[in-house]
Design a protein. Structure first.
Lengths: 340, 126
């Protein structure tokens, strides 16, 4: 008999009761230590919670990328959805593909240079292999009312149709018992999540569809409204700033190597880093302009801040998240002790 | 394709008949096909569904049948046609778009059943 400690955010949790379904976070290390399979643990969580639940399994020693191409420590390696004590036998579980980082991959995906310079030797996981999944388009799993989508960074109750965004950095802070920012996604992040990088087996797209400098949205003024009112659990802005700075310091250029999201652009501008403004597509520029980030404003000089100053002033520098509430994650995370 | 597929109205009538002959009028409700105007339904499965309706209708403990049709794969891809029509009612321009729709799985309909017998073939088989 082994005990696995599962972090759980219960449906209805949050300062405004905004969490629409149960969310369970499991460390792969604990599963290995218990000498059981991921599936055994997923089914045990499903039975124990007995309601709509998204379940994510993490390898905290691996690395992954944010949608705008920033490499971060910790990765989701398997995602699941459960409801009524069950996990759908065909659509309930999906694993992320282990990606070997080779010179060829770096040549195709220049933001992978972050691995070479900062994370060499760490396993890389992003999205699933499309040939190993049954859902035709989305990287999603579902059982009953529960849907876990976009490689486990967006979950919903498909009956109430309430949804929550779970950017990877916020989930990793929960796994580290750190601080989280909970609020409404707002217009800036609605725009930002479209500013992706081209990745094979990416979190949202299985092929290299949208390069740095482009937008996956392509909907002009409408992009900022797409996720505006949906709740979000993100990392604190100082944590986000730290990872963006790490990428900038090794020469990643927003709009060329990494995505031109408002958060990346704001940190790059404050740090005085190069921004590939001329490589930002007209459509991406229109969406950025709709939330007040014009190409002219990016060209204007501003006082350069140090790394420390940017981290300390991250809340002022990085836009995004409406009505934010900064919490210690244990204020909304409960523990489920699974006896297996 | 005449022998391979069944017309939508014929499909509905077959299921109604299989229920009504055992349980009487108003004993069957068919959900999930409301937005279909025309369709050809797979004949092979039509016979099996008719048979399942009849099987339950003949059960002495059952007095009403519900038939619910929902996507087998809970993500469906749809073409969206955005049409602009002029004052004379003539279509001037159409823009084609696509939208993927995520659906709940069957548990949301079977959660209250004492028994669920899954007769579906694996995905990719008829």
């Amino acid at each position: 008999m082994a005990v696995i400690n599962v972090r759980v955010i219960k449906a209805g949790a949050g300062p405004r009761n905004e969490v629409p379904l149960n969310i369970a976070f499991v460390d792969k290390k604990d599963i290995i230590a218990a000498n059981v399979s991921d599936e055994v643990v997923i089914h045990a969580i499903a039975k124990e919670i007995n309601g709509p639940t998204g379940i994510n399994i993490f390898d905290m020693d691996a690395v992954t990328t944010t949608s705008d191409g920033i490499m971060v420590e910790g990765a989701i390696v398997k995602m699941a959805a459960a409801d009524m004590g069950k996990v759908h036998k065909e659509f309930g579980i999906l694993e992320m593909e282990y990606m070997e980082v080779t010179d060829e991959l770096i040549a195709e995906e220049p933001h992978m240079l972050q691995w070479k310079k900062s994370f060499e030797g760490r396993k890389l996981f992003r999205g699933p292999n499309p040939n190993k999944k049954l859902i035709p388009v989305h990287n999603a799993v579902m059982t009953g009312r529960a849907v876990n989508n976009n490689s486990a960074t967006e979950m919903m109750n498909v009956i109430t149709m309430e949804e929550i965004l779970l950017p990877i950095l916020g989930q990793l802070e929960i796994m580290k018992d750190g601080k989280i920012l909970i609020g409404s996604t707002g217009e800036v992040i609605s725009v930002g999540i479209g500013m992706t990088v081209a990745e094979k087996y990416g979190r949202v797209f299985p092929t290299r569809q949208f390069k740095a400098g482009e937008t996956a949205h392509g909907s002009g003024e409408f992009a900022k409204t797409l996720k505006k009112h949906i709740p979000i659990i993100a990392a604190s802005k100082s944590v986000l700033a730290g990872y963006i700075l790490k990428a900038l310091k090794i020469g990643m250029i927003p709009g060329l190597h990494i995505g031109c999201s408002p958060a990346v652009l704001a940190v790059a501008k404050a740090f005085g880093s190069d921004i590939a403004i001329d490589n930002i597509s007209e459509q991406a520029a229109a969406e950025l302009g709709s939330v007040g980030i014009t190409m002219d404003s990016l060209r204007k000089c501003c006082p350069k801040l140090s790394e420390q100053e940017i981290i300390e002033q991250a809340d002022k520098i990085i836009p995004g998240v409406d009505a934010p509430v900064l919490l210690n994650s244990d204020e909304i995370v409960t523990r489920l002790l699974l006896n297996i | 394709m005449k022998f391979m597929h069944t017309k939508l109205p014929e499909f509905i009538e077959k299921l109604r008949t299989a229920a009504i002959k055992n349980l009487g009028e108003n004993s069957i409700e068919i959900k999930g096909l409301e937005s279909l105007k025309t369709a050809k339904m797979q004949s092979l499965r039509t016979g099996r569904i008719e048979s399942a309706v009849e099987e339950l209708a003949m059960d002495k403990d059952i007095s009403k049948i519900e038939v619910i049709v929902m996507p087998r794969v809970p993500e469906t891809m749809h073409t969206v046609i955005i049409k602009g029509i002029d004052m004379n009612g003539e279509s001037r321009k159409a823009i084609l778009e696509v939208i993927n729709i995520i659906h709940p799985t069957e548990e949301v309909e079977t959660y209250d059943c004492l028994e669920v017998e899954d007769r579906r073939p694996p995905l990719g088989k008829h």
